[in-house]
Design a protein around this ligand. Structure first.
Ligand SMILES: Nc1nc2c(ncn2[C@@H]2O[C@H](COP(=O)(O)OP(=O)(O)O)[C@@H](O)[C@H]2O)c(=O)[nH]1
Ligand SMILES: [Mg+2]
Length: 482
């Protein structure tokens, strides 16, 4: 066969010599010893190797510490680095310039004086009323200028809620909070968004009930919002009917407008403006820089994925051809592993993760051993056998099932690597951080996504037709791969 590849470890047959190190272990892969040995091998690799397993992050939904200017500058710099990467790799795109302009604006307003306050909450809780009274109160007072904006009512329809931003969020509720209100509040707080929970329409409750509701809110929000940031007000209380008994015995009725009760809020506001105003602006900059970075990263991921998929496809057919030509069970996987080692190196290069040959072998071996361990190999082989039997282009030759399986495992390995790289911080690769643990978790998810019979069906069809003798097998693969 004429597999014409310029890949170092594939020279001289499908990596037979390069992959010998695995032969012994894999020959026992059916036994318990084999599996243990494989896992042991991977573990030992991880031990002396350079990767740092990231310690699990404690995800506490507590308000984040106040940002400082340095943090904002750092976030902007990180975002800039992501945009620069994108500019390098997506040269004909207007996106980098567009994102840079956004970042420049952010940088220019790093010390802005005015404060952007977002008023949000469900429908008819009193958002507009609150903004009106606050505006009338603060309109003349300068500085700082307070700019209030009202979001569309939350929870009104099934559309995903718009992103709630601003330096400070006033989350308005008209009583004890619902589960969806609680969820949104928690998400805002854990995203580092400064939030005040405003219980409006206080006047609808009797004084005894009022303290009860407030207490409930305090309890509910424990660990998420401090009690000082949960504030009861009446922005626009109902007017009340007053009956007066006159001296002549008649009863006179009149409507008495109630004045809004805002003191707790205005007091808290004044305090926050004194203590936190600049930090709130910097914290906004941190979040906005992060969101610009995410935009850049998403675009970069798409570019890299587009470059990766053809490589995966190339290797999956090489794997199929190799295993098809040598349908010896142990060799099947051996060849696959040698090929996936090269795949690891090539995909790593696209995602800026440099792997030595040994490192790439360990990654490939881990993927192979995990596929066994998860029962993925057995399950897929059975499905593929079944599909081949019932398939129109059935190709009954000995190596077909193994060949297609090898292609399938190569694809799953490649897609897992892409998913893994995409989920990582951009500078992890440059820092040499790689987590086998994360990769294993990604593999499971990717396998589940690609296990649908419909996908396997068209996959089997495609690979089977490429392996079919009419198109003279490996030659066909060869031309497709180059
Ligand atoms: N009883 C009472 N009603 C209020 C209060 N604040 C607003 N409302 C009323 O609630 C209704 C909805 O108010 P609005 O500000 O339009 O709510 P939005 O949909 O959240 O903007 C209006 O009829 C307001 O008069 C309050 O403090 N007490
Ligand atoms: Mg409104």
């Amino acid at each position: 066969m004429t597999l014409n590849l310029r890949r170092p470890i594939l020279i001289g047959g499908i990596g037979l010599s390069a992959a010998l190190w695995l032969l012994e272990t894999l020959q026992h892969s059916g036994s318990e010893m084999g599996e243990t040995a494989l896992i042991g091998l991977a573990a030992a690799g991880a031990g002396y190797w350079w990767w740092r397993q990231q310690s699990p992050k404690l995800e506490l939904a507590l308000p984040q510490p106040l940002a400082n200017r340095e943090a904002a500058e750092k976030a902007i710099a990180t975002s800039e680095a992501a945009i620069n990467l994108l500019a390098l790799e997506a040269q004909n795109s207007a996106a980098p310039a567009h994102l840079t302009a956004k970042l420049d604006r952010l940088r220019a307003e790093l010390d802005r004086q005015d404060l952007r306050i977002t008023v949000t909450g469900g429908k008819a809780v009193g958002k507009t009323a609150l903004i009106q009274v606050l505006n009338s109160k603060w309109a003349s007072q300068q500085p700082p200028k307070l700019i209030f904006s009202e979001t569309a009512p939350l929870f009104a329809n099934t559309n995903a809620d718009a992103k709630i931003g601003g330096d400070l969020v006033l989350f308005v509720t008209a009583g004890d909070i619902t589960d969806s209100e609680f969820k949104t509040l928690s998400q805002l707080a854990s995203a580092g968004q400064r939030v005040l929970l405003i219980w409006n329409k206080l006047d609808q409750y009797l004084p005894a009930q009022q303290s009860q509701v407030l207490q409930q809110l305090h309890q509910r929000m424990q660990g998420i919002l401090g009690t000082e940031d949960i504030i009861a007000i009446a922005a626009s209380p109902n007017s009340i009917k007053v009956r007066q008994h006159q001296a002549d015995g008649t009863v006179q009725e009149r409507i008495e407008n109630q004045v809004s009760q805002l003191e707790p809020l205005t007091e808290r506001f004044t305090q926050i403006l004194t203590d936190e105003r600049q930090q709130l602006v910097w914290a906004s900059a941190v979040r906005e820089a992060a969101s610009i970075k995410l935009e850049a990263k998403t675009l970069l991921n798409a570019v890299r994925r587009d470059r990766s998929i053809p490589i995966i496809e190339q290797y999956q057919y090489i794997a199929a051809a190799a295993v098809f030509a040598n349908p010896v069970p142990a060799l099947d996987l051996l060849a696959t592993t040698a090929i996936s080692t090269q795949l690891v190196i090539d995909l790593g290069a696209i995602y800026q993760q440099k792997f030595s040959l040994d490192q790439a072998k360990t990654v490939a071996a881990t993927l192979a051993s995990q596929m066994f361990k998860l029962g993925l190999v057995e399950l897929s082989t059975q499905t593929i056998t079944g599909l081949l039997k019932s398939n129109a282009v059935t190709y009954a030759a000995g190596g077909a099932v193994q060949g297609i399986s090898a292609a399938y495992f190569t694809r799953i390995a490649g897609l897992s690597l892409i998913e893994y790289f995409q989920s990582q911080e951009l500078d992890n690769a440059a820092k040499g951080i790689f987590s086998l643990d994360q990769l294993t978790k990604t593999l499971q998810a990717v396998f589940q996504q690609n296990q649908q019979v419909s996908f396997l069906e068209s996959f089997v069809n495609e690979v089977a037709s490429r392996l079919s003798p009419q198109t003279s097998g490996p030659q066909a693969v060869n031309s497709a791969a180059n």
